[in-house]
Design a protein around this ligand. Structure first.
Ligand code: DP6
Length: 376
């Protein structure tokens, strides 16, 4: 049996490199969003999860990012604007000054691992396949795309780098931008967070679920009902912080880790009813944490609950394997196996679309991960 070596933080520090060999270039990555089955909610510095989480990588919801880089002649001193980094950000063709602080924070966190950041001028151009105001978190796909673009530069500096290391370090860097982003590098099922039952798992990066997955979960569908397309009332960052003094925190982290063990069995044996029970319980437990934090908040809307009840009625009357999950918002992700797509799609269009804002919804499914579009 192959021994699995788990990489540690020091393994991700780039040393002895010479960026003089690169004058300019660009890299474009298309990177998917992901939907957690077991949720990450609660973290400690530096962006380490309090429990392991498991997600399906998506396909239709993605970010496309191009990173253009040109060699800088002199490093700005670190007191200068943008923390000493020189970059511009464009989102859907428009210059975005308000995106800069988040990227600067990301650069600060990752600079010790990719010290060439101050050697270049960067232009970051990004767009999403889903509407920006859809309430779908773009941090997972956005941060993972940027991390992958930066890894394309590192690859030029170290041509011998293996694909395995490339993906692990991309996930490691993406995590430092947004925790869930580390689950958006590969597909189809990703585990992030060190867990006794998942070989090779780590708090530092996401890994592909290492065991054989039952065919029931191949091509799984995720139709996202856009219930509330507004900006989120509470950012994930604030939500994670509220887990620090949360009265149920320890119990919740244990529940999530237990659910990872149970889900791991289910992914192998294909028991869809058990899958539903875990996934829906995880979604409601996540929202229960929000409702019982101090301050407390409710991100579900009346239509979120109407959809959930409709799903439960449909399941009871048809024995379908449809189920729902939720992000930190009001939108509902409807998960179902490929084999049931016709009945479920009919049900969604006839019974559920009426609860979406302007009848908006997105048909997505499980995907295989990020793709390099071009690298020159
Ligand atoms: C509810 O990854 O957005 O979607 O690490 O602060 O960027 P930061 O948070 P983020 O949190 C995602 C929370 C979640 C659950 C999940 O995706 O596991």
């Amino acid at each position: 049996m192959r021994k699995i070596f788990v990489l540690i933080e020091a393994d991700f520090i780039l040393e002895n490199y010479n960026s003089n060999s690169i004058k300019s270039g660009n890299a474009t990555w298309k990177t998917p969003s992901n939907i957690a089955l077991v949720k990450y909610w609660g973290k400690r510095d530096p962006q380490l999860p309090e429990n392991a989480s498991v997600s399906f990588t998506l396909d239709a919801c993605f970010t496309l990012t191009t990173l253009k880089y040109t060699k800088r002649h002199s490093k700005l001193n670190s007191e200068s604007h943008n923390g000493g980094y020189n970059f511009e950000v464009y989102f859907e063709g428009k210059k975005k000054e308000d995106f800069k602080p988040k990227i600067e924070t990301f650069f600060k966190r990752v600079e010790q691992y990719i010290p060439f950041l101050k050697d270049f001028n960067f232009i970051i151009e990004s767009r999403n396949s889903f509407p920006h105001s859809s309430g779908i978190a773009s941090s997972a796909s956005g941060m993972s795309a940027l991390a992958l673009c930066l890894m394309s530069i590192e690859k030029e500096l170290n041509l011998k780098m293996t694909d395995e290391y490339f993906n692990k370090k991309a996930s490691f860097l993406a995590r430092l931008g947004s925790g869930s982003a580390c689950r958006s590098i590969e597909g189809e099922l990703i585990v992030w967070g060190s867990h006794k039952d998942i070989k090779g798992s780590s708090n530092l990066f996401g890994i592909k679920y290492p065991n054989k997955v039952h065919d029931n979960f191949k091509n799984y569908h995720d139709t996202i009902l856009l219930v509330d397309e507004g900006e989120k009332q509470v950012s994930s960052t604030v939500g994670h912080k509220l887990m620090h003094k949360h009265p149920f925190a320890a119990q919740r982290f244990k529940q999530a880790n237990d659910n990872v063990s149970k889900l791991s069995e289910i992914l192998q044996n294909g028991e869809l009813k058990q899958f539903i029970a875990i996934v829906e319980s995880e979604a409601l437990s996540l929202h229960a944490m929000m409702m019982t934090s101090n301050p407390y908040f409710i991100l579900m809307k009346p239509n979120t609950l109407k959809i959930i009840n409709k799903i439960w009625e449909f399941r009871a009357s048809t024995n379908s394997n449809i189920c729902f999950t939720l992000d930190a918002g009001a939108n509902v992700h409807i998960l179902f196996p490929e084999i049931e797509k016709e009945e479920v799609n009919n049900f969604i269009t006839s019974e559920l679309i009426q609860y979406c804002q302007e009848n908006h919804y997105i048909c997505d499914r499980v995907g295989i991960g990020a793709k390099l579009v071009s690298n020159n």
